[in-house]
Design a protein around this ligand. Structure first.
Ligand code: FES
Length: 147
């Protein structure tokens, strides 16, 4: 079996929603100090619905494919649903990622969550901070790379 699914290759070679949104309603950035990957997500939100999402990712192919797929999955969705998006759902939508690349999809989940938190903060919308607890990336990296 090929290491990467056709969907991963497609989203890596032809990523959707690359770029940035001027006057975004929420911006989220997350980085992994160990591998140096950085992901930034911009959201345009109207009436509590995500009408547009764009990303800039400096990172590996799996991180790019994950951000592309994740932005596709949240556009048109209410904020409450986007908040529920898990890296697992992104990996499933990509027809899987190799085990040592699963942490790249976590970046997409967390960058979106950070962008939503930014949106809540800017608009004084109350939220449960527990929802925004970050995964310990060093630990995750150590688990998957055995470092
Ligand atoms: Fe892709 Fe770590 S190698 S985020």
């Amino acid at each position: 079996m090929a290491l990467y699914s056709d969907k991963v290759m497609d989203h890596f070679m032809n990523p959707r929603n690359v770029g940035y949104i001027e006057n975004a309603d929420g911006i989220g950035e997350i980085g992994n100090a160990k591998c140096g990957d950085i992901m930034k997500i911009y959201l345009k939100i109207e009436n509590d619905v995500i009408v547009d999402a764009k990303f800039e990712t400096f990172g590996c192919g799996s991180a790019i494919a994950s951000s592309s797929m994740a932005t596709e999955m949240i556009i048109g969705k209410p904020v409450s649903e986007a908040l529920e998006l898990t890296n697992k759902a992104v990996v499933e939508a990509l027809d899987g990622l190799p085990a040592h690349k699963v942490h790249c999809s976590v970046l997409a989940e967390e960058a979106i969550k950070n962008a939503l938190k930014d949106y809540f903060d800017r608009n004084g919308i109350p939220y449960d901070p527990e929802q925004f607890k970050e995964t310990d990336h060093d630990e995750l990296h150590a688990q998957v790379h055995g470092e």
